[in-house]
Design a protein. Structure first.
Length: 249
């Protein structure tokens, strides 16, 4: 039985991918002069023609060079930002570690509290404007309590944090209820919940920075949470409080 050549079948030929010729590409670009402008990534892959061809070659070369220069500049900016962020994170980590050692070195409960809230203590170690320690109370009026610890109404921590474990905010109008007379100096803040014990009311650590962008919502909060967990443990040890429930961490 003779076999028919499938190449004579128009349906078979239609299924075959069509190969574009250089003339097809040239005609398409001539018909769509803005194509490369809307697809700038293709310009970087092109091999520029030599100047011997004349015409608009120099214009195309200049366009390609400018695009590549812009790309290089963008990459340099990204590199600089990464280096700056890495350096800042390293410095922040060093400051946090130094501050934690100071917390652990406190010789008494009074010395611990004084280091946390005094301007030359934790605030100076972290290089921020203010650090405020707050504790909820169901009986006392909101305000400054014993040893400069601020008192919050019952449920005040949840109200401030909105149910979150911590909040990082930039470009803020700081609360005078938290920072007192230093509120006008605060441009950004980190607010962290403190769970001292299963038998004690929660607290809040407020860290206010003068730089309006030192704390911001896109920032990782691991270092701030680390400080909070250390403060919780130090308070439990000095006040002989029972540990938190295991489900609380």
């Amino acid at each position: 039985m003779s076999q028919h050549n499938d190449s004579s079948n128009p349906l078979s030929r239609a299924d075959e991918p069509r190969t574009l010729s250089p003339a097809d590409v040239r005609n398409y670009l001539l018909a769509h002069p803005g194509f490369l402008d809307t697809n700038p990534d293709l310009v970087e892959t092109l091999i520029a023609p030599s100047a011997e061809h004349g015409g608009n070659v120099l214009d195309l070369q200049q366009i390609m060079v400018k695009r590549l220069q812009r790309r290089v500049a963008q990459l340099k900016d990204i590199q600089a930002d990464l280096i700056e962020a890495t350096s800042f994170n390293a410095l922040a980590r060093e400051r946090v570690h130094a501050a934690v050692l100071r917390l652990l070195d406190a010789k008494s409960f009074e010395e611990l509290i004084d280091f946390i809230i005094s301007p030359g203590g934790l605030a100076a170690a972290l290089e921020v404007e203010a650090v405020v320690l707050c504790v909820e109370s169901a009986t006392e009026v909101s305000g400054i309590g014993v040893r400069g610890v601020r008192i919050l109404e019952a449920g005040g921590v949840g109200r401030i944090l909105g149910g979150m474990p911590y909040v990082l905010a930039d470009h803020i109008v700081a609360s005078r209820g938290l920072y007192g007379g230093l509120a006008e100096e605060i441009g950004s803040e980190a607010l962290i919940r403190l769970d001292f014990s299963s038998s004690a009311p929660p607290g809040l650590l407020a860290i206010g920075a003068h730089d309006p962008q030192q704390f911001h919502p896109d920032q990782a909060g691991d270092l701030i949470e680390f400080i909070a967990r250390i403060i919780e443990r130090c308070m439990r040890l000095w006040l002989d409080l029972p540990a938190k429930d295991k489900t609380q961490g």
